[in-house]
Design a protein around this ligand. Structure first.
Ligand SMILES: Cc1cc2nc3c(=O)[nH]c(=O)nc-3n(C[C@H](O)[C@H](O)[C@H](O)COP(=O)(O)OP(=O)(O)OC[C@H]3O[C@@H](n4cnc5c(N)ncnc54)[C@H](O)[C@@H]3O)c2cc1C
Length: 430
């Protein structure tokens, strides 16, 4: 097996959209970059997501969302591949009057932050999507939201990064981080030690574990989310819609990407108990929506923590090629809700594929981007809390700017790592 010979300016850990976009923007500006990925490119969240490019209701993300949006519009051309980008808009439906009132507050904040967001009455929603029915009161509409095909995007960033000179090693986990004198000295990978000026941790749901190797405490949790896609039906809307028990996007070929609302599955591991205090407000807010499950994964995780376990030496060996189980009850519920939302689909829906992915989240559902105070040469670009497909291109750009210019072109103040220690969490997370 070959070893990594380079001593790059930057080592990126993780080949999801954030890591690959970071490698691309760095290499484009002639920085030398090595990216290591424990499995294949886009093995985890970045190929499993719904493909929504939303500018959500968290004003702390608005600046990065706007930067990302400006990149998305030209991304197929920039990367030289059709990414199935469509700027069709995004709609959230309110369950009741209280929820609808929240839309007004969110729209005010998002418009002030520069994102065109509109609150629509039920007839106004129906005018935009004539097929829509079901039990909901109104809508929150962002006309500039869009969609793209997840697996295509990350692969295109990786390919373009390589064309610009980045070295990408797959099936190569980062297994340890050596720190001395307040600085990262090297990272042990499966293909040898790498010494880099800067290490970027873009390891998605595994970032907290990598942080711990460097002596850092990143609060992070992962939730198993189930998705399904259908066989194509005639195209009726390009607006991504979330409400009435379902989230749905219609792709270019007419197929639908469908996810049922309701409870999410939290497969308990030892990590679930770390940072419990920080997650408590979020747990209370979403009481009943997240179902903890003690299963074989918990038992295996305890085994991996034992001193004799091989996981001590190869801490990510068990995490390669994992295919999380979709929750088929959620798929069935999602399809039921889909037909209530769009009755014209009755008799037309055939599930083509169902899958699941672990979504990484922080206590305030806001990413962590930037340096870790007190540790020179280390940066996080992680914790995207279900929004990282949309924000990925902008995140890659700002990480490259932080490294090369010391200054990002988007306001990422509320994404700083130190906010956890300061107790200054984003108040907007739902
Ligand atoms: C079901 C689902 C639906 C979603 N829907 C949307 C959506 O519609 N819109 C949206 O904006 N976001 C969505 N998200 C969230 C979005 O997919 C993520 O926020 C985004 O992909 C995060 O990208 P990432 O690069 O940070 O992480 P990931 O894509 O998870 O990539 C991290 C990579 O790091 C690698 N890695 C980990 N540890 C190591 C190591 N030690 N060494 C080397 N490599 C390592 C992993 O193998 C992985 O490939 C969804 C997520 C899921 C699961």
């Amino acid at each position: 097996m070959s070893t990594i010979e380079s001593t790059p300016d930057v080592l990126v850990i993780g080949g999801g959209i954030v890591g690959c976009a970071t490698a691309y923007y760095l290499a484009k500006r002639n920085a030398s970059v090595v990216l290591v990925e424990k499995g294949e490119i886009a093995d985890e969240q970045s190929s499993r997501n719904w493909g929504w490019v939303s500018q959500l209701r968290n004003p702390n993300e608005a600046s990065l969302a706007l930067l990302s949006q400006s990149i998305w519009r030209g991304l197929s051309d920039e990367l030289g591949t059709d990414l199935d980008w469509v700027e069709g808009g995004g709609m959230y439906l309110s369950d009741d009057d209280e929820h609808f009132r929240e839309f007004h507050r969110a729209a005010e904040l998002m418009n002030a932050a520069g994102v065109d967001s509109r609150v629509l009455t039920r007839p106004e929603v129906e005018a935009l999507i004539p097929e829509i029915a079901g039990d909901w009161t109104g809508g929150y509409y962002t006309p500039t939201n869009g969609q793209a095909e997840p697996a295509k995007v990350t692969a295109a960033f990786a390919r373009a990064a390589q064309e610009m000179g980045a070295e990408i090693y797959t099936n190569c986990a980062a297994e340890d981080v050596t720190v001395s004198g307040g600085r990262v000295q090297s990272v042990r990978t499966e293909l040898g030690d790498v010494n880099a000026q800067t290490v970027v941790c873009a390891a998605g749901a595994w970032s907290s574990k990598i942080g711990r190797m460097a002596g850092l405490s990143l609060p992070q949790r992962k939730i198993r989310a189930t998705v399904a896609s259908t066989e194509p039906v005639p195209i009726f809307t390009r607006i991504n819609v979330w409400g009435g028990g379902v989230a749905v996007r219609q792709r270019n070929d007419g197929s639908l990407v469908v996810a049922g609302e309701g409870t999410a599955d939290h497969d308990m591991t030892l990590d679930s108990f770390r940072h419990m205090r920080l997650f408590m407000p979020e747990v209370r807010r979403n009481l009943g929506k997240i179902r903890p499950r003690f299963g074989p994964e918990f038992v295996r995780d305890v085994g991996r923590a034992m001193p004799w376990s091989n996981a001590r030496k190869h801490p990510f060996a068990h995490a390669v090629g994992v295919e999380p189980k979709p929750n088929m009850n959620k798929v069935r519920d999602g399809v039921k809700s889909l037909i209530q939302l769009y009755p014209h689909l009755e008799g037309q829906i055939r599930i083509d594929k169902a899958w699941a992915g672990y979504i990484d989240g922080t206590p305030d559902r806001t990413p962590v981007i930037g340096a870790a105070d007190g540790l020179e040469g280390f940066m996080f670009a992680t914790g995207f809390s279900g929004h990282g497909f949309a924000l990925g291109p902008g995140a890659g750009r700002v990480v490259s700017e932080l490294i090369l210019d010391g200054q990002p072109s988007a306001d990422i103040h509320m994404m700083r790592y130190s906010r956890f220690a300061e107790g200054d969490l984003s108040p907007y997370a739902r």
